[in-house]
Each structure stands twice: as C-alpha cells, then as structure tokens.
Design a binder for this molecule. Structure first.
Ligand SMILES: Nc1ncnc2c1ncn2[C@@H]1O[C@H](COP(=O)(O)OP(=O)(O)O)[C@@H](O)[C@H]1O
Ligand SMILES: [Mg+2]
Length: 349
C-alpha cells in the first residue's frame, strides 16, 4: 500500500527553472524513504508541497489513498495527517516539553492527550521530561522532542527536513540510528531529506536522488551505490574514477591492458567508472596485470590514497590497504574486477 503517491509534480518560483520539475515518486507503508541531493536541488520544496505549505503548479499528491493536491485543489496542511520535523526543531521555547508534544494533538480529551504525551516521550527515550523547557535540552534531545511532537497525532506520514544536519560525530550517528528505530517501532512511514549521503545510505530503505528539480534515480542504497545510472549519482555516493575507453575485441582497452567486457556492452566508446576500493594492487606483476606509475601517495592510517598514471595520461585514484607504503615514481601492478566496472551509456560528467 502506498502511503504517499506523487505524480508529475511541478513547482516554479520566480525563476526560469522549476524548483521541482515533473517529479513522481511513491513511498510504501512502513518505508523510510530518503530524498538526497545537493543544496538547492528542490528537496525542501518537494517536502513542503507534500506537507501542503506550498501550492503546486501541476501534478497530484495522494496521502494514504486520499488526493490532497490536484489541479487547483490543495488540502490545508493541518488536514493532511502528516507530521513534520524541521531542521531547526521549531519547538516553542515558552512551552514545556509536554506542551510542545501535546501541541499537535487536537480535538481529544485532556486525559487522552496526557497519556499520549507520556507514550511518545517514552518512545523517544525522554521519559519524565514533560515539565522541562526546551532551551535547557541538548540538540539531540530537542530533536527527539520534535520527533515526539510529530508522532503524537499518529500521522500516516512523517516528513523530516535535514533532521541530523545540526549534529555531528558520534551523536549524529547515534541519533540517526535511534530515529530510524523509533519510526520503525511506531510503525510510521517517513520521507526524509538530507544532503548527506551517509544519512541516506545508512538509514533509508530506498533513496531518490534529486538534481535541479528532477529525480534522477531511485533505488535501495545498495542499488544506487552498486548500479548508479550516471556519473553524477556515482560521485554523489563516494569517489569514483571516470575513464573514457573503447571496447574492442570484448575488452575495455586501456594503455597497459584491457578489462574484459563481461556484460557484453559491445564495440564502441564508453565512459566507465571504477571505485577506488575496487582496484587491487598486486604484490607481484603477473602477465595480465596493468602497470601504472604512482604520482602521489598519501597515508591516512587506515588506508593509503594513491594517484596513479595508468598510461595515455589517465590518472586514477586507488585506496590501498597494504602494509607496504608506496611512493611517487613506484611502478605498481593493478587488477580491475571486470564485474565492478560501471558503464555509463548516458554519460554525464
Ligand atoms: N520561497 C521561495 N521563493 C523563491 N525561490 C525559492 C523559495 N524556496 C526555494 N526556492 C528556490 O528553489 C530552489 C530549490 O530550493 P530548496 O527546495 O530549498 O532546495 P534544497 O532543500 O534541496 O536545498 C532553489 O533554487 C531555491 O532558491
Ligand atoms: Mg532544504
């Protein structure tokens, strides 16, 4: 069952380019769905359209099967049964934690409200915090109050805008895991926005990657990392070496050897991508290895980052985990796993 269905949604502000451009996506019951992309690509606008804070130019939005946005129709935000968690928490400073959480529950008897506030504060690990004021709480605690407030009315869908971006380090890693578990336990469905690929990869069931108002690829974290459709997506999720190569005789031709075209792309020119961790440095040079020259070697403790010339002026980055240290000018012998070569046919640098 789809809790959120967005179809052909478009929103322009006063500029030529649409902030959200003909976007379609569906979020299934119980899913944690991440919307990722660089700053300014339209993530917040899309979230605000779903929440009803912005009116669409075109397209439809359905929440739990009910149309909330359609041609000229826009259901008021408070009627949409969505919970919203903002980047800056947006708590009322002059309210207690309990009052903040109770804020979203309307039309219920006071005794129910009190009970529900206790329930959600327990859920987010803030048992007994009812009478505290938010300005005395840490950033992580404030974020949990904001989450409790969003969960309190039992919304069908929770929207979170950059929920972890004001936090860092261990706290961020812990809170990310905690928020994920809380949303799961509450049985809620969530759409969250982040510009940090680590948030998306580690927390989301599925990810949609946005660029200039468009969704350019949707998939599980694994699918996006392992099978990016283009170089932009590949780069977003970590460093990747891009090489322009020709396939001939069933092989990607490189100056010092060739990588078998195991997926049978066939003759032609291709842009290929190889992640640094998928290049192996061999301890001795076998007949079929690729000779390369080290241009720069940097030691980072857990790995060495090596820039190597693989011939014809092509440079690649390798993450090596060998104990032996490499130096500029060394000749190294490489092996590429042909299965791990990404081939971008709709090349986009
Ligand atoms: N209220 C607004 N008025 C005019 N332009 C806006 C408004 N909100 C967002 N934009 C523009 O829409 C684009 C997308 O912004 P936004 O959705 O905030 O991106 P993101 O959340 O991905 O950083 C940007 O170019 C931004 O300047
Ligand atoms: Mg934003």
């Amino acid at each position: 069952m789809e809790v959120l269905s967005v179809q052909n949604l478009t929103k322009s502000f006063d500029k030529d380019d649409a902030a959200v451009n003909d976007v379609s996506l569906a979020v299934e019951q119980g899913e944690l769905f991440a919307l990722v992309g660089e700053s300014g690509c339209g993530k917040t606008t899309l979230l605000r359209l779903v929440a009803g804070f912005e009116e669409a130019d075109r397209g439809t939005i359905a929440i739990n099967g009910d149309i909330v946005t359609d041609d000229g129709y826009s259901l008021k935000p408070e009627k949409r049964k969505v919970g919203m968690v903002f980047q800056d928490y947006a708590l009322f400073p002059h309210y207690t934690v309990g009052q903040n959480v109770a804020f979203g529950i309307s039309g219920e008897p006071a005794s129910y409200k009190k009970q529900r506030v206790k329930e959600v504060l327990d859920m987010v690990g803030l048992h007994g915090f009812d009478d505290r004021y938010s300005h005395n709480l840490s950033g992580g605690q404030q974020q949990r109050v904001a989450l409790a407030r969003a969960l309190a009315p039992k919304p069908k869908l929770i929207l979170l805008d950059e929920p972890f971006s004001d936090l860092d380090g261990l706290l961020k890693d812990q809170l990310r895991e905690e928020v994920r578990n809380i949303i799961r336990r509450a049985g809620a469905t969530a759409l969250f926005v982040t510009h940090d690929m680590r948030d998306a990869l580690s927390s989301a069931d599925r990810i949609a990657i946005m660029r200039n108002g468009d969704i350019i690829q949707t998939g599980t974290p694994r699918e996006l990392y392992d099978n990016p459709e283009n170089l932009y997506v590949a780069n977003f999720f970590g460093k990747i070496n891009a090489l322009q190569v020709r396939v001939k005789d069933g092989c990607f031709q490189m100056a010092s050897g060739c990588i078998r075209d195991v997926k049978n792309y066939g003759d032609g020119d291709y842009l290929i991508g190889i992640r640094p961790e998928n290049v192996e440095i061999l301890s001795s040079c076998a007949e079929k290895c690729f000779k390369a020259t080290v241009k720069l070697a940097q030691y980072f403790g857990d790995h060495q980052q090596i820039h190597a010339d693989v011939g014809e002026g092509k440079n690649i980055v390798i993450h090596a985990h060998e104990k032996v240290l490499f130096h500029e000018g060394d000749t190294i012998c490489l092996n590429f796993d042909p299965v791990k070569v990404h081939v971008f046919q709709n090349a986009e640098a």
